[in-house]
Design a binder for this molecule. Structure first.
Ligand code: PEP
Length: 254
């Protein structure tokens, strides 16, 4: 029997909002989302807004996430933020987003260090994997997904707490989401990879989200696909009403 996986809708605010704007957006999201039955909801503002948003979210059903961490508890890493700094503030942390892989040269090994550091500090990693357009056109999408997933969960015995986001790079911020079939196919490759590495039960326990231009128009068809356990949302998460409509869609599918 497949264990029930609670869907997750997580907003990645990226490098947007000042602390004052973030506090306002968080309040608007609380108001628009209300009490989402059967769906986990999170917002991931920039580091400097975590405190303001944590205060705004207090008492609400919406969880807080960070967008990154450095995999050491403390030390001489100028400009970085450690898991110990985040652990009492956040529930989630996005790791290995394609923008960090591309612009900050993050390797699969470094990303695995971060996933393990998050877990060791009680944070839920949202591990992002996904192929670029070039890789897809070269017929390498499956290999890339398998390689990024395998590396991302390396050295981790209990993978159940990890959330994985399938984010095809060509769909992020482009307005061109994956088709529902492509999203289902990518997610099934990821789940099969986990099953091969850690067994079927482990694979069935991991939540796998779709991310890439998800919006109120395409959300229902994407979430209707078997194995799609929610969404990681960029652009649409900056609009409280749009974000709330994605949460409602997830609640209806649940
Ligand atoms: C993202 O960056 O994780 C993302 C999914 O962005 P967007 O929704 O804007 O494509």
């Amino acid at each position: 029997m497949t264990p029930a996986r609670t869907p997750l809708i997580a907003g990645n605010w990226k490098m947007n909002t000042t602390p004052a704007e973030a506090r306002r957006l968080a309040s608007d999201v609380i108001h628009a989302v209300g009490d989402p039955a059967g769906v986990d909801v999170a917002v991931c503002p920039p580091f400097v807004s975590l405190h303001a948003v944590a205060e705004a979210l207090r008492g609400s059903a919406i969880a807080l996430g960070a967008q990154n961490l450095y995999p050491a508890p403390s030390g001489a890493y100028t400009g970085e933020i450690s898991p110990t700094m985040l652990q009492n503030l956040c529930r989630y942390v996005i790791i290995g987003h394609s923008e960090r892989r591309a612009y900050f040269m993050e390797s699969d090994e470094f990303i695995n260090d971060k996933v393990r550091a998050a877990l060791e500090h009680g944070l839920t990693p949202i591990l992002c994997v996904g192929e670029s357009l070039e890789q897809r056109e070269a017929g390498r999408a499956t290999d890339i997904l398998r390689a990024q997933t395998t590396a991302g969960i390396a050295h981790i015995d209990d993978v159940a707490p990890i959330v994985i986001a399938y984010e095809p790079v060509w769909a992020i911020g482009t307005g061109v989401a994956a088709t529902p079939d492509d999203a289902r196919e990518g997610i099934s490759v990821i789940r099969e990879t986990i099953a091969d590495a850690r067994g079927h039960g482990a694979a069935e326990s991991v939540r796998i989200l779709y991310g890439g231009s998800m919006n109120p128009q395409n959300v229902e068809s994407l979430l209707a696909q078997p194995g799609v356990d929610g969404g990681l949302i960029g652009g649409a998460s900056l609009n409280a009403e749009q974000f709330a409509s994605l949460v409602r869609a997830a609640a209806q599918q649940g």
